[in-house]
Design a protein around this ligand. Structure first.
Ligand code: PLP
Length: 444
């Protein structure tokens, strides 16, 4: 094999040998600007040569600390050994037959594993897809056939993807929806629980959500309520305790399918296999993607067997859904999660990051709140002493981290949230160094 090798053996260090981005990255950026549609953008145009553990090595030889994990995807680290081995074996055996044409056992095993890992002891089945948006679309298809109803209820600050139906389900206009309408109909939006901004407890916030369903939609029309147990792109919003349970209970009492979109929060990210577990919520259907396959494109809908089986044969599927190489990667990733107990590791990362950020907040009053669970942690940036969003300061912090070799992301409806999503295999020393850099940037 030739070319750079990534994985956990890469030196776990921040090392800058050029400005960011360096000359070779800037060259590639010029080629990209001529060839790649400008609607596709990148947070930080350093071109990647290799990655692993908690670092990304760029083509100029810079080693950056990765607090993004490719948006919560490489939770087991890039080029994780079990993923590499299983993928290599699978690629050498066969790369595609289409599960709908001639099946293979990797697909079946991923479905078995996900049925075992998702919350609840009831009989479950699963179906595999390529992307998170596709999983969300299919959860809606399943809920509609199962209930014979059409309405889909989503919440403020939700993010569910970029396809037509999932754009309709996503809350934020710019950049996700602007100019792309008309959107799918029968999608209704209700308020959510956002403790930092609404000050409501879980029961009060749930009552507000339910009131919109009762008055504006009619529970008898609702096929499903789709909600992220921790809202991701919307700002790493953790609903008040009891909120999710109260909404799930209302769904169950009204024959509504409760869908937990765990695409970002699932697969050990929050210190549990699924974030619903923190609230003792057992969803009817769970959507899974991002962290499930160590970086290869794979997604799933997992849920109650009788709901999953409501759809007629041939009603679900797709050419590539559950591709054998992606399934092999998922099995390698799940093995890694178990072997390295990455749920425990995510909790350790939560402790490290939150203690550092809470300390920083005492000296940097623009931090309005430190929140999140596991290795899904964020700070919301506001004008000091108020709750007014300050996206300019969030951008300044993020850009300062980038220049210093720490890859951070922002998010939030107001663009004022800095989020930290390190690979779960990133060592403590690297995370502390990233927090040192952030502290330094904040003090400027
Ligand atoms: C990323 C994400 C999606 C969309 O997944 P894609 O693979 O980008 O289509 C859907 N829901 C949530 C909660 C996400 O974080």
């Amino acid at each position: 094999m030739t070319g750079p090798v990534g994985g956990p053996d890469l030196p776990q260090e921040r090392r800058l040998v050029t400005e960011i981005p360096g000359p070779r990255s800037r060259e590639l950026q010029e080629r990209r600007n001529a060839a790649v549609a400008s609607g596709v953008s990148s947070v930080l145009p350093i071109y990647v040569a290799a990655a692993g553990g908690g670092v990304i090595l760029d083509v100029d030889g810079n080693s950056l600390i990765d607090l993004a994990s490719g948006i919560a995807v490489t939770s087991v680290g890039n080029a994780a050994p079990h993923v590499v081995t299983r993928v290599a074996e699978q690629v050498a055996a066969f790369t595609h037959t289409c599960f709908m044409v001639a099946p293979y056992d990797g697909y079946v095993e991923v479905c078995e594993q996900l049925a075992a890992l998702t919350p609840g002891a009831h009989a479950k089945k699963a179906a595999l897809f390529n992307s998170g948006a596709e999983a969300v679309e299919n959860a809606v298809k399943i809920a509609r056939v199962h209930t014979g109803r059409t309405a889909v209820v989503v919440v403020d600050h939700a993010y569910h993807g970029r396809t037509n139906l999932t754009m309709a389900m996503t809350a934020k206009n710019m950049p996700y929806k602007e100019g792309f309408g008309p959107f799918a109909n029968e999608v209704y939006r209700a308020p959510v629980s956002y403790p930092f901004r609404d000050g409501l407890d879980g029961q009060e916030a749930a009552a507000r959500t339910i009131d919109v369903i009762e008055k504006q939609v009619g529970p008898g029309n609702v096929a499903c309520i789709v909600i992220e147990p921790i809202l991701g792109e919307g700002g790493f919003i953790v609903p008040a305790p009891g909120y999710l349970g109260a909404v799930a209970e209302y769904a169950s009492a009204n024959g509504i399918v409760f869908v937990a979109d765990e695409i970002q929060s699932g697969m050990c990210r929050t210190g549990a296999w699924f974030a619903s577990e923190h609230e003792d919520v057992v969803p009817d259907l769970v959507t899974v993607a991002k962290g499930v396959a160590g970086g290869l494109p794979l997604a799933a809908v997992v849920g109650r067997a009788e709901m999953m089986d409501a759809v007629h044969p041939g009603g679900l599927g797709g050419t590539y859904g559950g591709n054998p190489v992606a399934c092999a990667a998922a099995l390698g990733a799940i093995t890694t999660m178990r072997e390295q107990d990455l749920n425990r590791r995510a909790i350790e990362i939560e402790t490290l990051l939150t203690s550092r950020l809470v300390e920083l907040a005492t000296r940097f009053p623009a931090i309005g709140e430190v929140r999140g669970r596991g290795a899904m942690i964020a700070i919301e940036i506001v004008e000091p002493g108020t709750s007014r969003p300050d996206p300019a300061v969030a951008s300044r912090l993020s850009a300062g981290c980038h220049q210093a070799g720490v890859l951070t992301l922002t998010c939030g409806t107001y663009g004022n949230v800095l989020r930290f999503l390190p690979p779960l295999v990133a060592p403590d020393a690297l995370l502390h160094e990233a927090m040192d850099v952030l502290t330094e940037v904040a003090a400027r």
